[in-house]
Design a protein around this ligand. Structure first.
Ligand code: EPU
Length: 423
C-alpha cells in the first residue's frame, strides 16, 4: 500500500499545468466505442487510475487501444463483445456510459452496476427512464444492467433531476437512434459540452449542449476523428484552493477561466486575488482571508467536487463559515479526519458549520473518497508538522502526478510504500 507523507508549512509558488478533464475523458472513451469506421485519436487524456480502468474495459470488449503519453487511439471497428462484466467495471462510476454506448451501437448491452466514490446513494433511475423512453427494455439482474431494443426511436425526455451521468448516457444512446430526441432539464457542466462536441466530431448531430435542452437528431454511423479533451475544472479548482490556503502565487496553465468562474468568484470574495489571462489563471494569496458561506449546485453553480477542498481552506479562516452540500447526501467524510488535525467543524445533515481555527496540526488521516483525499492533502500542506495521508488509491483515481505537481510548487510531499499492520 502507499501513503503520502506531507511536511506542512510551505507557501506555493510557480506554475502548474492542468491535465485533461477526468469527467469528460471517462465519458469520451466509452463514447468512442460507438465508432464503426476509422480510428479515434484523443489527446489531453489525464494519466489517472480511472482512465486506465476504462482503457482496460474497452480493450476487454474487443477494441484496440494504444496509449502514447496523454494521447490514446482507439480502434473500435472490431468490437465484438457487449458484456462489460469485469472487476474494473464494478470499481468505477463512469463504466455506466458503456450502457448508453453499447445500446446505441448494438441495441443491446450487459454492464455490471458501477462503483465509484462512497458519497451517498447513487441511483441510475434517470438513465433507465431515458433508455426506456427510447424504446429499450431494461432490467437489473445479478448485479448487472441488461438492456436491449429492437429499434431505438427518438423521444422527448424530461429528467426529474439534473444529472451529469443520465444526460451523457442518454445522449450516447440517442446519437444512434432513429429520429429526434429532446432532453430537457439536463446538466450543463463543461464536460457535457465536451462529450457533445466529441460526438459531433465523429458524426453525431447534437445541438444545445450547455443549455437546459439538448436536441439530438439520430445518425446511422460514426467515424473516427482526432479530438482534444478540455482541461479539468476540478483539478484546477483544487490547485486554486490549495494556493489560497498555503499562501503564495501560482499560475495554472491549460485552463478555461470561464469554467472556473464560480470558484474564482468565491475565492475573490474571500480576499484571494484571481487574475485571468487567456488560457491561464494566476492565484495570489497572502493568507489573510475572510470566512464565507457556500452551497454546492449543478453548473454554473459552485461544484460539489471542490466542496471538500474548500472546507479545508475554511477550517483555518477566522469566523464561522457554512457549507451546504446540495448534490450528495454524504460528502463530509473528510470532516472527522480534519478534526484529528484540530479543525472545529460540526456536520448537521448536509450542512457543515466550520468555526475557523488558527492552525491545523499534522496527523495520520484516511481518505475515504477522491475529493476527500484532495482536501486532506491541502490540510497536510497547511498543517504544522507532518501529516500522513492514507487511502491514496482514491486520490490516484482522479489527480495525475499530484505530489509531483505540488512539489514543483514548493510543497514537501513524499509517497512511500508500507505494509498495513495486522492486529
Ligand atoms: N441522481 C438521481 N438519479 C439518477 C442519477 C442521479 O437521483 O439517475 C441524483 C444523484 O443521486 C445526485 C444528483 O442526481 O444527487 C446528481 O448526480 P449526477 O448523476 O449528476 O452525478 P454522477 O453522474 O453520478 C458526476 C461526476 C461526479 C460529480 C457529479 C455532480 C462523473 C464520473 N462523476 O457523477 O464526480 O460529483 O457528476 O457534478 O462524471 C468526482 O469527480 O469526484 C465525482 C464524484
Amino acid at each position: 500500500m502507499e501513503k503520502l507523507i506531507i511536511n506542512g508549512g510551505h507557501s506555493l509558488h510557480g506554475t502548474v499545468d492542468i491535465s485533461g478533464a477526468k469527467n469528460a475523458a471517462v465519458a469520451i472513451l466509452p463514447a468512442s466505442i460507438m465508432v464503426n469506421k476509422g480510428i479515434s485519436i484523443i489527446d489531453n487524456i489525464p494519466d489517472i487510475a480511472d482512465i486506465h480502468c476504462i482503457e482496460r474495459i474497452i480493450e476487454s470488449l474487443g477494441c484496440k487501444v494504444n496509449i502514447n503519453n496523454d494521447c490514446v487511439s482507439i480502434d473500435s471497428t472490431c468490437l465484438n463483445n457487449i458484456n462489460a462484466c469485469t472487476d474494473d467495471v464494478r470499481k468505477m462510476r463512469a463504466s455506466y456510459y458503456l450502457i448508453g454506448a453499447l445500446l446505441g451501437r448494438f441495441k443491446k448491452a450487459r454492464v455490471e452496476l458501477p462503483g465509484g466514490c462512497p458519497i451517498g446513494v447513487r441511483p441510475i433511475d434517470q438513465h433507465i427512464k431515458g433508455f426506456e423512453a427510447l424504446g429499450a427494455h431494461v432490467n437489473i439482474e445479478h448485479g448487472a444492467v441488461n438492456v436491449h431494443a429492437d429499434r431505438l426511436i427518438g423521444a422527448n425526455i424530461f429528467f426529474d433531476v439534473v444529472s451529469v451521468g443520465a444526460t451523457i448516457n442518454v445522449m450516447l444512446a440517442a446519437t444512434l437512434a432513429e429520429g429526434v430526441t429532446t432532453l430537457e432539464n439536463v446538466a450543463k457542466e463543461p464536460h457535457i459540452v465536451d462529450v457533445a462536441n466529441f460526438l459531433n466530431t465523429i458524426g453525431a448531430n447534437i445541438k444545445g449542449a450547455g443549455t437546459d435542452v439538448i436536441r439530438i437528431s439520430g445518425v446511422k454511423e460514426l467515424s473516427g476523428c482526432s479530438y482534444s479533451v478540455i482541461p479539468d475544472q476540478i483539478e484546477a479548482g483544487t490547485y486554486m484552493i490549495a494556493t489560497a490556503a498555503c499562501g503564495g502565487e501560482v499560475t495554472l496553465n491549460n485552463v478555461i477561466p470561464k469554467h472556473l468562474e464560480s470558484i474564482s468568484a468565491k475565492l475573490t470574495e474571500m480576499g484571494v486575488q484571481v487574475i485571468e489571462n487567456g488560457d491561464s489563471i494566476t492565484v495570489k494569496s497572502n493568507g489573510k482571508l475572510k470566512c464565507t458561506n457556500v452551497k454546492t449546485l449543478p453548473y454554473p453553480g459552485f461544484p460539489t467536487d471542490v466542496q471538500q477542498p474548500l472546507s479545508t481552506l475554511l477550517s483555518i479562516i477566522n469566523g464561522r463559515s457554512i457549507v451546504n452540500e446540495s448534490i450528495w447526501e454524504s460528502r463530509f467524510k473528510h470532516v472527522d479526519e480534519l478534526k484529528k488535525m484540530g479543525a472545529n467543524i460540526k456536520v448537521e445533515g448536509r450542512t457543515a458549520i466550520i468555526d475557523g481555527v488558527k492552525r491545523l496540526t499534522g496527523a495520520t488521516v484516511l481518505a475515504s473518497d477522491l475529493r476527500a483525499g484532495a482536501a486532506l492533502i491541502i490540510a497536510g500542506l497547511i498543517a504544522e508538522g507532518t501529516t500522513e495521508v492514507k487511502g491514496i488509491d482514491h486520490i490516484d483515481r482522479g489527480y495525475p502526478n499530484i505530489e509531483y505537481k505540488f512539489n514543483k510548487l514548493g510543497a514537501d510531499i513524499v509517497r512511500i510504500t508500507y505494509n498495513e499492520e495486522v492486529l
